[in-house]
Design a protein around this ligand. Sequence first.
Ligand SMILES: CC(C)(COP(=O)(O)OP(=O)(O)OC[C@H]1O[C@@H](n2cnc3c(N)ncnc32)[C@H](O)[C@@H]1O)[C@@H](O)C(=O)NCCC(=O)NCCS
Ligand SMILES: Nc1ncnc2c1ncn2[C@@H]1O[C@H](COP(=O)(O)OP(=O)(O)OP(=O)(O)O)[C@@H](O)[C@H]1O
Length: 200
Amino acid sequence: MAMIIGLTGGIASGKSTVSAMLKAKGYTIVDADIAAREVVNIGEDAYYGIIEAFGKEILLEDGNIDRKKLGSIVFHNTEKRLLLNSIVHPAVRNYMQKKKAEAIEAGKQTIIMDIPLLFESKLTYMVDKTILVFVDPNIQKERLMKRNHLSEEDAIARIRSQMPLKEKIQLSDAVIDNNETLEETKKQLNKIINEWDMHP
Ligand SMILES: CC(C)(COP(=O)(O)OP(=O)(O)OC[C@H]1O[C@@H](n2cnc3c(N)ncnc32)[C@H](O)[C@@H]1O)[C@@H](O)C(=O)NCCC(=O)NCCS
Ligand SMILES: Nc1ncnc2c1ncn2[C@@H]1O[C@H](COP(=O)(O)OP(=O)(O)OP(=O)(O)O)[C@@H](O)[C@H]1O
């Protein structure tokens, strides 16, 4: 039986960093952020759903969704964010379950489901165990501003659109503290891999 692990965190907490470490060790990763991009490609159902809900103003000249523009709308307006979620998430869930099934079929022993909104969207039914990548709020804000070139106000809006990381600690089976160096983070990850007897 394959072990299905939900890897989660908050925005810019280091989830992708940990997921890249696992990938380098040969683990199979199913990434919800990638899913959320694929299901809104031109021609997909969710693509038309977004145009219907947000208008053609949300498109770039080449017809693709203008993610920056959509982000600036939904991270400052809860109602619109929930509307976007209702359009995109059903397709993301299907994508994730399909990729998971394919990985099980291929005989993978451990499958990492990398899902930022694992707890917010109540998706824990998809996984057996959960790992949280945690950072302190100030470090999270600093890293987010730096990575996405956001103002402090925009960074705070994005962080506030998610369940506080502190609350996610209570819901997780293992926590990785990513406040320190990448080496420290890797050590904690290796400890979990050993304790849970994870194999690719
Ligand atoms: C609003 C969008 C267009 C902004 O795109 P952008 O390229 O700037 O960001 P990206 O998709 O890479 O997401 C970055 C991070 O933002 C956070 N985030 C994204 N969407 C949401 C959301 N609806 N609610 C809370 N946090 C979110 C996650 O931590 C994610 O890892 C995009 O995030 C989106 O379509 N979101 C809705 C789908 C979704 O919930 N995706 C998250 C994984 S299911
Ligand atoms: N231990 C660390 N020390 C310094 N910088 C780090 C550390 N871990 C991650 N970072 C940096 O912080 C930023 C956020 O990390 P990452 O992209 O892995 O977060 P994430 O949780 O996947 O975010 P999102 O959910 O927004 O995709 C990146 O620019 C990354 O290079």
